[in-house]
Each structure stands twice: as C-alpha cells, then as structure tokens.
Design a protein around this ligand. Structure first.
Ligand code: AMP
Ligand code: MG
Length: 356
C-alpha cells in the first residue's frame, strides 16, 4: 500500500481497522528508530519522538524551531508508565490521575535520571500526561516508549487541530503524520504542578481550574494570568514567557463586558477599515452583525466556551488564508473553558484592549 505524501511527509490514514493497524505499525517503527511522527490527541496534534532518546528529542526542537529552554510533555499510556519516569507520585497527583486520565491534564513530577535533560530543558521536573485519543494511546503502546510530544506546529504558530494544519507547518520536515481527523478539545492540556503548595496552574486547558479545585477540594493558584512578559525573574513554567498561537497578521483582542466591549469592537473595526485595511473579525454568536466586515468568523455562543476552544486554532489559521490585514477579536468571560480560550487569545494578540 502506498500512502500519499506532501513534500516527502507521509500521510498515514487510519480509516478502517486494517488501514489503522498498518498506519500504527509504520508510525511506531519510525518512532522506535528515533524519527518524528505527528499524531492526533484529543487536545491538538502532537509531534512525537522517543522521550528517552536525546537525539530524537533534539529533532523536535529542530523542526519546530523551538527555544531550547521550553520543556516537552511526555505522553504515556497510564500511571504504571509514569512510575518508570518519576521519583514519586504525590497523593494529590494520584487522585487527579484517577479522575482525569486519560484526558487533557498534564501533571509535573520530579524526574528520574532516565529522563534526559533535553526532554525537560534542563529542569529536574518532568511534565507527563495520558492522552484520551484512542490512536494516541495505541501509538504509544505499539511503540513501547514514552513519547515527548509538543504541539505539531512551528513555534509561535497556532497549534494544529487537523492533519492538514500539521502539513501546513511540517510537510517536508517530519517523516509522517498519523491522520485521525479533527481534535475534539481543540486547545492544549491543562498543566498543573503539585511540586509547590498550594498546587499551581501553569496553563489552563481542557480540564478546567474549577474542575481541579472541586476534585482536590482546595484552592489552587492560577499563575497564568497575563501574557507572560510580566514575570519578574523566572516564570514558573518556561513556556509561559513566549508569544504563541499567533496568526501572521496583527490581532487586537477586546476584553470587557457587554455594550462597552461591543462599542470598542465596532470603533476599532471601523477605524482599521477607514485606513483601507481588510479586517477579519472573530466574534461570538451574540455579537454577529455588529459590524459589516467582509470576513467574520463566529467561534460559538458565549455560553459555549468548549465549542469556542474546539474551533479557536482553526479560525486563527483560517484568517491567514483569507488574506486579512488585521484581526479584531472579541474576548470572553474567564471562567470554565473561557479561561483557556482567553489565555490562548491573549498570547496570540499583538495588543489587548480592555474596556470597563
Ligand atoms: P507544548 O509542548 O507546546 O504543549 O508546551 C508544553 C508546556 O508545558 C509549556 O508551557 C512548558 O513550559 C510546560 N512544561 C513542560 N514541562 C514542564 C515542567 N517540567 N515544569 C513546568 N512546566 C513544564
Ligand atoms: Mg505548543
């Protein structure tokens, strides 16, 4: 069987069980030999390599053009495999793993020596998760190794939620992409550290802050507000300090409430249009029609931030192909999944405009 290729990168389709088996066998073979394969998870597509092979991991940094101080998340099939990588599993980690794994929650542990420094960017801790996507789990177990897997985009670009997005950034740079359709969560995993007390949220994601507090029955610290540049000294998680998820044109994010927010969205769009710039608007359903821009993308209802998260990166990428000069985006309430959506929009934004 011959698979299609784009610039040499093989697209491994997993349509029927037989095709899936062959695709997994092929992908696992590449990974076992130190190569790179992009694969679907429920959050976004990951760029996988053997987490225990420094040279393979080096390949991830190289093809993503990722800063060397930004550590990777290691993907495993279950808590048994975590035990091989970490010194101990705190009680609260076991509780959270029991509730949310497999799923979009990454936990930070003290690493064993076995985990190479390059995987953790020199940190003595390692971030680990068990993805919920069946293809991801099958791939990790078929390869028989833990997979280091950041999002399969070029550093700084929106994360990929389809195999086509992966190819936009990675065709010709990696051996293969395993095509499992669109990702259901759409934003990256929640990152939580239990190495400090109280536990610290390092990135909001598919398992919400509210869900974590409810299960732990205690307050956790949200260290993720702001864009990251405001950290004095060392950020609690290296990835926090980088601009991320950015489309190719400037993005202005308008935060605030109700009519003041809508007035600002209209004023900004109008002034860009008067300057002769082609405006792309990213809005919620409730604001559709507020300004007659030629390009309007609706994320979801304000009441459905999960759907907004699922669509966010595809919408950011689509703005690039729609040839807009500037993007104006509407902000959302920072609760439940809205926290992750706002975190990604702020990091994608050139400027955040807050109205009261
Ligand atoms: P990505 O792989 O692009 O989804 O990003 C992984 C995120 O996890 C980054 O924001 C990292 O800073 C964070 N991370 C990975 N390992 C650690 C760690 N050992 N301690 C704290 N944060 C980590
Ligand atoms: Mg990423």
């Amino acid at each position: 069987m011959t698979w299609p290729r784009v610039k040499g990168t093989i697209i491994l389709k997993a349509g029927n069980p037989q095709e899936e088996d062959r695709a997994l066998e092929y992908a696992a073979g590449i990974l076992k030999n130190g190569g790179l394969v992009a694969f679907p998870t429920e959050t976004v597509y990951g760029l996988g390599a053997n987490a225990l092979d420094p040279e393979a991991v080096q390949g991830i940094y190289k093809v993503k053009i990722r800063p060397a101080d930004n550590p990777l998340i290691v993907h495993v099939t279950g808590i048994e495999q975590v035990k091989e990588l970490v010194r101990f599993i705190p009680h609260e980690a076991a509780v959270l793993a029991g509730h949310f794994w497999p799923g979009p929650l990454t936990l930070v542990f003290t690493k064993k020596e076995l985990v190479p420094d390059i995987t953790t960017a020199g940190l003595s801790s390692v971030a680990v998760r068990v993805p919920a996507h069946p293809l991801a789990l099958k791939l990790i177990s078929r390869a028989g190794i833990p997979l280091a897997a950041p999002s399969a985009n070029l550093s700084g670009r929106p994360s990929p939620t389809t195999a086509d997005h992966v190819l936009e950034d990675m065709a010709g740079r990696i051996a293969a992409v395993l095509d499992g359709g669109a990702c259901s969560v759409g934003v990256e995993s929640t990152v939580l550290s239990l190495l400090s007390s109280p536990p610290a949220l390092l990135r909001p994601g598919g398992v919400t802050f509210e869900m974590l507090e409810a299960v732990l029955q205690k307050k956790i610290l949200d260290l993720t507000a702001g864009k990251g540049e405001d950290f004095k000294g060392v950020p609690p998680s290296p990835g926090m300090k980088y601009r991320h998820y950015a489309p190719r044109v400037p993005l202005y994010l308008v935060e605030g409430e109700g009519s003041a927010q809508k007035r600002q969205l209209v004023a900004l769009s109008e002034s860009f249009t008067l300057q002769g710039r082609r405006v792309g608007l990213i809005l919620f359903e409730e604001s559709e029609g507020i300004f007659p821009a030629p390009i309007v993308k609706v994320l979801s209802s304000r009441k459905d931030p999960r759907l907004a998260a699922e669509r966010l990166f595809a919408v950011l990428r689509s703005m690039d192909s729609l040839d807009v000069d500037v993007i104006v985006a509407e902000g959302l309430d920072e609760k439940e999944m809205g926290r992750a959506v706002m975190n990604r929009l702020r990091k994608a934004a050139t400027e955040v405009i807050r109205v009261e």
